[in-house]
Design a protein around this ligand. Sequence first.
Ligand SMILES: [Cu+2]
Length: 154
Amino acid sequence: MKHYLLTAIALCGALFITSTTLAHDGDTHDHGLLVEGAWAPHTGKRTVSAAVYLVIKNSGKEADTFIGVETSAAAVAMLHQSKEIDGFMRMDHVESLTIEPGATATFGPGGYHIMLTRLEAPLKRGEIFTLNLAFEKAGIVPVIVEIMGIGGPK
Ligand SMILES: [Cu+2]
């Protein structure tokens, strides 16, 4: 289902992608979405999952909705939200996230994150990979993820 959805988006977004082939972290396009500061903590050899943190700013005039994500770095990628319930952290899968005009969605430890499961290879500190974020209006927005230490960019 999700795969089908992403395929449909990829087709609709084909024009968009060709005009922004060189898009990288920090680029902003006609749609007004700016994705920046994407990073993931490095993983051990046997780790099968990892989280990606980033910031999405909507400087456009219309709301847009995050509807999916995929990456060649892992078999499965999805939006998760960590919540503390009765002293325990749990993660829920979130189908979509609307970002209002002028709003910023900050994904960070303990909150929203992109969950990668079944990593293709361990994430090595200093390396990068690409995430393709899918939005209802903006289409596919590619973002470069930097692999960092556990504490991130601080
Ligand atoms: Cu998660």
